[in-house]
Write a protein that binds this ligand. Structure first.
Ligand code: PMP
Length: 451
């Protein structure tokens, strides 16, 4: 490997980075991360910080999980790759699908379709949802409904159900037949409703109206994140997802729970669906399935959908969809080790306990700093929304956001900025002292930005 001078010199030159402007990246190159240990990462200048971002919502077990590392090494040694297409399969993929159905997803998720990541998992769910209706002889059911502010990855299907304009405009025209209804977000919603239960009712009614307008018999599925992540950690009122399930049932619409972030304990429950006590028809997972140690994702398939595919006698039942790395044996070996550790450590319980502490710390920061318009969290996914004026809720500008993140970094905490939000999703193994450290970093950042 080349030395640190080489990395510093070529930083952001040969690479175009995701979700960034190439010219801005060249002018202001990203931090080069060289090492990770526990919940900390070390950059090219030798500075070690607490990673309050958790990689990218995924490094739930931190950077030093030996069982995952060993499982990867052992599988590379035995069989680095073989395909899961039709005629062949591999041991780790069979075992991981079995374990997922036995333990992680007992709520009616009976089958697993492996993918290479979250966007692939969403694409798989959308495609299989359409195919389900073809098999059932209702070929008109092709449309998708989703929430504004939802994030579902960047493939064309996922981008089309995405509810954030930033990820859409440059790539239009998107998939036809995707429609969006308001997110149940108390801080900003078109109804100016701040009561969570009432807002849930209004958002549910908007879904009903959209279904009536489109015609239920043209809609394949509704997709939502149980807690909206990238859109700014929008935690729906607890009645909302059960209401969505009930509406979908009444109109015979499939429900896709996009759990790429919420699966594996982040909210304090093992899944977001379990958090709200809802049984989806598809569940998309990725990220913490390997804790980031290897790219892998999966689309879990509910019993109702599985039964239709498996009993199919039409010409529509064969799955004409899949990825070279569907069921990658090294990824699945990593997934098995991550799953075993996730379960053994009961990280969901730590996420719930630390999440309560984090929520209290964020409320205290909101009291102290006028820049903080709103704070939201559930377990260890959290957002601070920064505003230049609390009355008008005008979003804080880019410069302010960068100042917060830079000063927090100087105080030893890595934060992530997305628009006017600070997003937090630390490893689920953090301690109470780590939570205090995150609050300290935020405090330092907010103080510097206000100065
Ligand atoms: N769905 C959700 C809810 C996500 O948060 C993400 C990524 N943050 C994706 C899908 C896409 O996953 P990936 O980046 O692994 O393709």
């Amino acid at each position: 490997m080349r030395d640190t001078n080489f990395f510093a010199e070529n930083n952001a030159k040969p690479i175009w980075h995701p979700m960034a402007h190439p010219a801005e990246m060249r002018a202001s190159p990203p931090r080069v991360i060289m090492k990770g240990e526990g919940a900390h990462v070390t950059d090219i200048e030798g500075r070690t910080v607490l990673d309050a971002v958790g990689g990218l919502w995924n490094v739930n077990l931190g950077y030093s999980c030996d069982p995952i590392k060993q499982a990867i090494a052992a599988q590379l040694d035995t069989l680095p790759y073989y395909s899961g297409f039709r005629g062949t399969s591999t041991g780790p993929s069979i075992e991981l699908a079995y374990e997922l159905s036995q333990w992680f997803a007992p709520e009616g998720m009976v089958r697993t379709f492996f993918t290479s990541g979250g966007s692939d998992s969403v694409e798989t769910a959308l495609r299989l949802a359409r195919q389900y209706w073809k098999i059932r002889g209702q070929a008109d059911r092709t449309k998708f409904l989703a929430l504004k502010k939802g994030y579902h990855g960047t493939h064309f299907g996922g981008a089309s159900v995405n509810g954030n304009a930033n990820f859409r405009r440059n790539y239009e025209p998107l998939l036809p037949g995707c429609f969006h209804t308001p997110a149940p977000w108390t801080y900003r919603n078109p109804f100016d409703e701040t009561d969570p239960a009432k807002l849930a009712g209004l958002c549910a009614r908007a879904i009903e109206e959209e279904i009536a307008f489109q015609g239920a018999d043209t809609i394949a599925a509704f997709i939502m994140e149980p807690v909206l992540g990238a859109g700014g950690v929008i935690v729906p009122p607890e009645t909302f997802m059960p209401l969505v399930r009930e509406i979908c049932d009444r109109h015979d619409i499939l429900l896709i729970a996009d759990e790429v972030v919420t699966a594996f304990g982040r909210t304090g429950a093992w899944s977001g669906s379990r958090l709200w006590n809802v049984k989806p028809d598809f569940m998309t997972i990725a990220k913490a399935i390997t804790c980031g140690y290897f790219p892998l994702g999966a689309t879990l398939i509910g019993e109702k959908v599985a039964d239709v595919f498996e009993a199919d006698k039409t010409s529509f039942g064969a799955i004409g969809h899949g990825y070279t790395y569907s069921g990658h044996p090294v990824g699945c070996a990593a997934g098995l080790a991550a799953l075993a550790e996730t379960k053994r450590l009961g990280v969901n319980e730590n996420a719930a306990a630390r999440g309560i502490e984090l929520g209290q710390a964020l409320e205290a920061l909101k009291t102290k700093h006028a820049l903080v318009g709103d704070v939201r969290n559930r377990g260890l996914m959290a957002a601070l929304e920064l505003v230049s004026d609390r009355g008008s809720k005008k979003a804080a500008d880019k410069k302010t956001m960068a100042k917060v993140a830079d000063a927090a970094y100087d105080a030893g905490v890595m934060l992530r900025v997305s628009g006017n939000m600070i997003i937090l999703s630390p490893p689920l193994i953090i301690t109470a002292a780590d939570v205090a450290k995150i609050a300290e970093g935020l405090d330092a950042g907010l103080t510097a930005a206000a100065a």
